[in-house]
Design a protein. Structure first.
Length: 290
C-alpha cells in the first residue's frame, strides 16, 4: 500500500492512496463524509482477492488536499487528473455514502474511460428524496447556499463540524472510535473489528485536520446538484441496506428510477456500515464483471 501527495497542473494538491493488486483492474474509491482516502484500506484485502488496483484520494478540503468551491462535477474532473497521473487508461469507480455522488460525477466526466459506476449506500439529493423537517439543522445552512451565500453555508457547516468532532479528536484512538460510532446499532458494526477500528482512527485523524472538506461535501450534495444522473451512459450498480437509517434505501430507489443503466440491490437486514463495508467482494465482482 502506498500514499503520495499529487500536485496538479493548477498547483493544487490531492492526497492519493493505492492498495490491492498493483497490476489489477483499477477502481477509484470515494470515501464517505467525513473521512478520507485511508478509508479504502478497509477494502484492500478484498481488492487483492479480486485482482483490483484500488485507488482513493482525499477530496478537496480533507487532509492535505487543497480546498475548492463546492461542486460534484469538479471532483469528477479531478478523478481524470488522478487517473492520468497514475497511468489509468480505463477504470471503474465506487462511492460510499457521501462519496456516492462523486462516483456519478466521474462516470459523467468521461464515459469513455469509466467502465462502471458503483454506489455503496450513496447519498442522493436528500432534500428531494426525504421529507425535510424544519428542525433539521442543515436546512438553514443550505438555505443560505440556495440564496447565494455559499460562504455563509460553508462557515456554518465548519462550525457544525467543530461541535461534532473537536472533542472527539482529543480522545485516544479507542475512545475516539467509540464516540464516532456512538448510536450506531450494534448489529450494523459487525465489520468493525480491531483492524478496522485502527484504520478508521488513522483515517479520521488524517482527514479532519480542518472541517473544510466536511463543509464542502455537505453543500455539494446537500444543495442543487451540478451533475445530471439521468445522463449516465455506463453501467451503474447501486447497493443499499434495507435498515439503513443514515442513507435509506429510498436514495437508491430514487437514483435507480432516473439512471437507465442502473441495477439496484437492497440488502435485507443491513444498516449503513454493513451495506458498505460488509460487501467488498460483491462490489468488486460487480464492477469488474467477475
Amino acid at each position: 500500500m502506498t500514499a503520495e501527495l499529487l500536485t496538479l497542473a493548477d498547483g493544487r494538491t490531492l492526497s492519493v492512496w493505492e492498495g490491492g493488486s498493483p497490476e489489477g483492474f483499477p477502481i477509484v474509491f470515494y470515501h464517505g463524509t467525513p473521512s478520507g482516502r485511508l478509508q479504502a484500506v478497509l477494502g484492500a484485502e478484498a481488492a487483492a482477492r479480486h485482482h483490483v488496483r484500488l485507488v482513493s484520494f482525499n477530496r478537496p478540503g480533507y487532509g492535505d488536499s487543497t480546498d475548492t468551491p463546492p461542486s460534484l462535477a469538479s471532483v469528477g474532473v479531478d478523478t481524470l487528473r488522478v487517473a492520468d497521473a497514475l497511468g489509468l487508461a480505463e477504470f471503474a469507480v465506487l462511492g460510499a455514502s457521501g462519496g456516492g455522488p462523486y462516483a456519478l460525477a466521474a462516470g459523467l466526466a468521461d464515459p469513455g474511460r469509466v467502465r462502471a459506476v458503483g454506489l455503496a449506500a450513496g447519498i442522493g439529493p436528500w432534500r428531494l428524496i426525504e421529507s425535510t423537517e424544519s428542525t433539521d439543522p442543515d436546512l438553514p445552512l443550505l438555505a443560505l447556499a440556495d440564496a447565494g451565500d455559499v460562504d455563509g453555508a460553508l462557515d456554518g457547516f465548519r462550525v457544525q463540524g467543530r461541535v461534532a468532532f473537536d472533542r472527539m479528536l482529543t480522545l485516544a484512538d479507542e475512545s475516539m472510535i467509540d464516540e464516532f460510532f456512538r448510536g450506531a446499532p450494534a448489529a450494523d458494526l459487525g465489520w468493525l473489528d480491531d483492524d478496522a477500528r485502527r484504520h478508521w482512527a488513522a483515517d479520521v485523524r488524517d482527514a479532519l485536520r480542518t472541517y473544510d472538506g466536511y463543509a464542502r461535501d455537505n453543500v455539494s450534495w446537500g444543495g442543487p446538484w451540478d451533475i445530471d444522473p439521468t445522463r449516465l451512459e455506463v453501467p451503474a450498480y447501486l447497493w443499499y441496506g434495507a435498515e439503513d437509517r443514515l442513507v435509506p434505501a429510498s436514495h437508491g430507489q430514487w437514483l435507480a428510477a432516473r439512471i437507465p443503466t442502473s441495477t439496484v440491490v437492497i440488502h435485507p437486514g443491513e444498516g449503513h456500515g454493513g451495506a458498505i463495508f460488509g460487501h467488498w467482494d460483491e462490489m468488486f465482482a460487480g464492477l469488474t464483471g467477475g
